[in-house]
Design a binder for this molecule. Structure first.
Ligand code: SF4
Length: 349
């Protein structure tokens, strides 16, 4: 089935066919072609999505992986990231609490698995973890592993040293999440308390430690097309395994709270860009997808093979049962669930 889907997708990808063919051949993203993609209008959106669907289909078929987040420590970060409700400069009305006990993290994993999640992500608001925090996650990982050996475990602890990453790896954590968020050029406009290079260094430390890497972006923070292309190429060079594409969800009380959410067409073209730039990575339609994409949110699946369900760190999201219905209605399969008989997605668009 995937090879039929790949051929079909190429046939339908119009002016973006060369980008799709380059992605299938694992050639680096052509910046000029990427600029044309991002500058294209909404009338070209179906062709752009089919271009993304070619490598998506080659590497992931029609599978969609569900991921679930657990905000393990909320609202206590000393950093000043302008989009974040948990930063030191945020006055957003959110829960604030210290690190959840191991038993609560384990219970969260159990609930995630029961809802069909294949990956469970434990996130802390912090500049970086103490060694005690690392040991806390190791204890949680060991307990979760004993009960749920197939659940993928991800930790998002902030700026992390190689020694800490090695400890997490030895303790049973699969993925280290640390998002680059935007380009090197644009980074000082969204954060002043740490640098883009700090984030790259953490991702590189995770790689050296043998962890799988999850690192992505936030679309809609005032970046240019070239910023998106630059960060896509950086993530490709870092060979990230998993790439969450978030869409700015402006939150009252944060420095970016007055921004308009990015428009759906731009969000979808950004998803296409990241699929074509890092074709073998798990592209995850992440925070803000429901608000930014609105009625078009199902189209994210043409580029993304993974979505978050049941909300984000401090904002609500699509419930897991509604997400399953969307996935199946569009002819995709929930990863780990039995495939349904039915009409292929090729007829949907
Ligand atoms: S480091 Fe993370 S938790 Fe802290 S302000 Fe930035 S995004 Fe928010």
């Amino acid at each position: 089935m995937p090879s039929h889907d790949v051929a079909l997708a190429l046939d339908r990808s119009g002016p973006f066919r060369a980008l799709a063919e380059a992605a299938l051949a694992d050639r680096p993203l052509d910046p000029d072609a990427a600029r044309r993609l991002l500058a294209s209008d909404d009338a070209r959106l179906p062709e752009a999505l089919w271009a993304a669907f070619a490598p998506r289909s080659r590497h992931f078929g029609r599978r969609v992986k569900l991921c679930l987040l657990n905000n393990a420590r909320s609202g206590l970060c000393p950093e000043d990231c302008g989009y974040c409700s948990q930063s030191a400069v945020s006055t957003a009305d959110i829960p604030r609490y210290r690190l959840k006990p191991v038993a609560e993290l384990v219970a969260g994993a159990r609930a995630a698995a029961a809802r069909g999640a294949r990956r469970y992500c434990m996130v802390v608001s912090a500049r970086g973890p103490s060694d005690g925090d690392v040991e806390h996650f190791v204890r949680a990982a060991r307990a979760i592993r004993a009960e749920l050996p197939d659940l993928e475990l991800c930790v998002s602890p902030g700026i992390t040293s190689e020694a800490q990453a090695r400890r997490l790896r030895a303790g049973g954590i699969d993925f280290l999440n640390h998002n680059l968020n935007t380009s090197r050029r644009h980074y000082p406009a969204i954060c002043t308390t740490h640098a883009f290079e700090d984030r790259v260094a953490t991702v590189a430390a995770g790689r050296r430690a043998g962890l799988r890497l999850c690192s992505g972006v936030i679309v809609g923070m005032g970046e240019t097309d070239d910023d998106l292309i630059d960060v896509a190429r950086t993530l490709a060079a870092l060979e990230v395994d998993s790439l969450p594409v978030n869409f700015l969800h402006p939150i009252d009380g944060t420095p970016l709270g007055d921004r308009r959410p990015p428009d759906p067409g731009r969000c979808l073209r950004a998803l296409v860009l990241f699929r074509l730039a890092v074709p073998r990575a798990e592209i995850r339609a992440a925070g803000g997808r429901e608000r930014a994409l609105g009625d078009l949110h199902g189209l994210a699946l043409w580029a993304a093979n993974s979505i978050f369900v049941d909300g984000y760190l401090t904002t609500a999201g699509q419930a897991h049962d509604a997400a399953r219905r969307t996935i199946r209605a569009l002819g995709f399969d929930v990863e780990g669930a039995p495939a349904l008989d039915g009409q292929p997605s090729a007829n949907v668009m």
